[in-house]
Unconditional design. Structure first.
Length: 189
C-alpha cells in the first residue's frame, strides 16, 4: 500500500491510488518559503528548485494525526500545507485550484514508499527563482516564467467522491492552520 510519511515516522497517510498524476519543478516563492520554514525548524534542507508530485486526493488511512498540523504562509493563502510537529517534514499540500481532486507533495521533504523519479513536465514560476545558477539547470526541462494552466489541463481531474477521505478533509481534522505571516520576497535561509 502506498504511503507518505514524515521523516521521523510519527505521521503517515495511506493512498487509495498510487499512480502519480504528474510532476513539476516549481520555483515559486511560496514553495521555497514553506520548504525553508520547515528546514529552519528541523526539517530536511530543500532543493533550490522544488520537485512536486501530484496524487489523487483519496486517502485510505491516516495515522499520527496528533502530530499533524497545517500551516499557511500568509492570511488568505491559496495553499495549506500539512507538516509533522516533531520533525517538520511537509507531507502534503492542498491548493484552492485543486478543487479537492488532488494534492501535492515535495518528495525531498518527506518519505514516500514508491518511485518518485518521474520526470517533471516543466519548471514553473521561474520568475521567482532567486539563485544565480539558473543557467546550470537542465536544458531538457521547459522553463515557464509564470504558470500556464494549459500546461496541466490534460491532468485535471473531475471531482469524484473519494473512497476514503480527501486531503482537504484531513486538513479539517487536524490543528491549524497556523498563519506564519512571512513577508513576500524574504528568504529564510
Amino acid at each position: 500500500m502506498t504511503f507518505i510519511s514524515c521523516n521521523c515516522g510519527k505521521c503517515k497517510i495511506f493512498l487509495n491510488y498510487s499512480k502519480i498524476l504528474y510532476s513539476l519543478f516549481c520555483a515559486c516563492e511560496d514553495c521555497r518559503q514553506a520548504a525553508e520554514w520547515g528546514f529552519i525548524n528541523g526539517g530536511l534542507k530543500p532543493d533550490k528548485l522544488q520537485k512536486l508530485i501530484y496524487f489523487r486526493s483519496d486517502l485510505s488511512k491516516v495515522s499520527g494525526k496528533k502530530w499533524m498540523h497545517s500551516f499557511q504562509l500568509r492570511q488568505k493563502a491559496d495553499s495549506t500545507r500539512v507538516y509533522c510537529t516533531n520533525c517538520y517534514s511537509i507531507i502534503g499540500i492542498d491548493h484552492t485550484n485543486y478543487n479537492d481532486t488532488m494534492f501535492m507533495l515535495i518528495p525531498k521533504l518527506c518519505k514516500v514508499n514508491i518511485d518518485t523519479s518521474i520526470t517533471p513536465i516543466a519548471a514553473i514560476q521561474m520568475q521567482d527563482y532567486i539563485f544565480d545558477d539558473k543557467q546550470n539547470l537542465s536544458k531538457d526541462i521547459k522553463f515557464i516564467e509564470t504558470y500556464d494552466p494549459l500546461l496541466t489541463k490534460s491532468y485535471k481531474l473531475k471531482y469524484s467522491k473519494p473512497e476514503g477521505i480527501s486531503f482537504k478533509n484531513l486538513i479539517s481534522q487536524i490543528r491549524g492552520p497556523k498563519i506564519l505571516n512571512l513577508k513576500k520576497g524574504e528568504s529564510l535561509i
